[in-house]
Design a protein around this ligand. Structure first.
Ligand SMILES: *Cc1c(COP(=O)(O)O)cnc(C)c1O
Length: 410
């Protein structure tokens, strides 16, 4: 079962339906399982743990490929990389002072290629698509996923079709187009865009790279969990606040922690996973509060945080499972709170968050106030994309250099 990347074996055993457990062979192109659910990659973990020791990582380059044994790519030449560096963990002492919390860190994912953590997932998904011979890919997106797909597909020489809701930030749409994808604005939500992909894929010979409809984006997002474990020296913090749209990252990190625990690299103490949503689109929060296994689609979804405006997620039950198994919770915050949180973080910590990332701080404060999080719990806030990709408030100040300047009025 093992091939080699740089003299390191890979350990994929098979794929598995996340609902029924039915197994599927690796090394073949797959979408959803027969049951219409996401497929998860399963590894031969005993063999993996015999083959490497966690201390080996120290000598490897600081990028996601340092975790190659935990990743599905078989052949080194399949890797399509734009330099997926490890992202910094920023301790936020000023926010700690502000909230009275014990330890707050921002995991700044805005440093990744194409400016968002979608690069992690799409790097793996496009590498696997290349390995398995895909020639055309299509995807619905709220912006960042399409941008990452376009970039990796361009590099891989794979043709790419992207469908966005028509109120997706212009910068994202232009970024996608600039990277050689064929991009279309659709007068609906991401789920309506997804239907266009689903209905057209047979005729167009597209591979459908919608969130969780192929098995490998989760594996890319899983590297966030591996990286956090390593950055915290294998003693994870108490709480992870994650802005949740399709949920790939939350599901991926929870999978990472399970794999690390299975091979004994971390102990049984794992972080509480908190799914953060916007109150204008909070299907997971509603399902969590109702004790439901699945979420019902959210009507009239709206929020400034476009990346988490996902009215229905195929992996809803996996998100809810991760949240519940970890003793976490799901929480919604208003757009006003999100924008206020973004302002506070940029003024106090010098980190320009994306609205989705800012939502995690708003949710943290609300969680503290409601007693869902205690002040002695250490917490990670996820900044999923660089704030530079989002509209910012205009600046009206002007000066006429030819006239005397009243310095005291500046
Ligand atoms: C995609 C996206 C999210 C949501 O991530 P999921 O793992 O799909 O839930 C959050 N924030 C930003 C900026 C995104 O692009």
């Amino acid at each position: 079962m093992t091939n080699r990347i740089d003299d390191q074996p890979t350990f994929v055993a098979h794929l598995e339906c996340s609902e029924t457990g039915k197994q599927y062979p690796a090394d073949q192109l797959h979408g959803l399982s027969d049951a219409g659910k996401p497929l998860l990659v399963r590894y031969d973990l005993p063999a993996l743990s015999l083959a490497i020791d966690r201390d080996v990582l120290r000598s490897r380059p600081q990028d996601i490929w340092r975790y190659r044994e935990f990743l599905p790519v078989r052949e080194k030449q399949s890797i399509v990389s734009l330099g997926e560096s490890m992202t910094p963990l920023l301790p936020c002492l000023n926010l700690q002072d502000q909230t009275g919390g014990s330890a707050i860190y921002i995991k700044d994912e805005g440093r990744l290629p194409t400016g968002s953590f979608k690069a992690r997932g799409l790097c793996l998904a496009v590498s696997m698509a290349k390995e398995l011979g895909v020639k055309k890919i299509a995807m619905p997106t709220n912006g960042n996923a399409g941008a990452a797909l376009a970039a990796y597909a361009a590099r891989a020489g794979i043709e790419c079709f992207v469908f966005c809701p028509d109120d997706t930030p212009q910068i994202n749409i232009r970024e996608i187009a600039a990277q050689n994808a064929s991009v279309w604005c659709v007068n609906g939500y991401i789920n309506d865009c997804g239907k266009i992909v689903g209905d057209g894929k047979a005729a167009m010979n597209w591979f459908d790279m919608s969130t969780l409809k192929e098995p490998y984006r989760i594996e890319g997002k899983k590297t966030m969990g591996l990286e956090l474990a390593e950055q915290f020296n294998w003693e994870l913090p108490d709480v992870i606040m994650y802005p949740t749209g399709g949920g790939t990252g939350l599901i991926g990190m929870w999978k990472a922690f399970a794999e690390l625990e299975a091979i004994g690299w971390i102990g049984s103490k794992k972080p509480r996973m908190v799914a953060v949503q916007a109150s204008g689109c909070a299907p997971i929060v509603k399902a969590f509060e109702e004790g439901a296994k699945h979420a019902s689609p959210w009507a009239n979804a709206h929020t400034v945080a476009a990346g988490i405006r996902v009215p229905a997620a195929v992996g809803d039950f996996l998100i809810l499972q991760g949240v519940r198994e970890s003793d976490g919770f799901a929480i919604a915050v208003d757009d006003d709170q999100i924008l206020q949180a973004r302002h506070e973080i940029s003024c106090k910590e010098g980190v320009l968050m994306c609205p989705e990332g800012a939502a995690t701080y708003a949710a943290y404060k609300q969680g503290l106030a409601e007693g869902l999080i205690t002040k002695d719990e250490s917490v990670i806030l996820f900044n999923c994309a660089t704030g530079l990709k989002y509209p910012l408030a205009p600046v009206e100040n002007t000066l006429d250099y030819t006239k005397p300047i009243d310095y005291s009025s500046l």
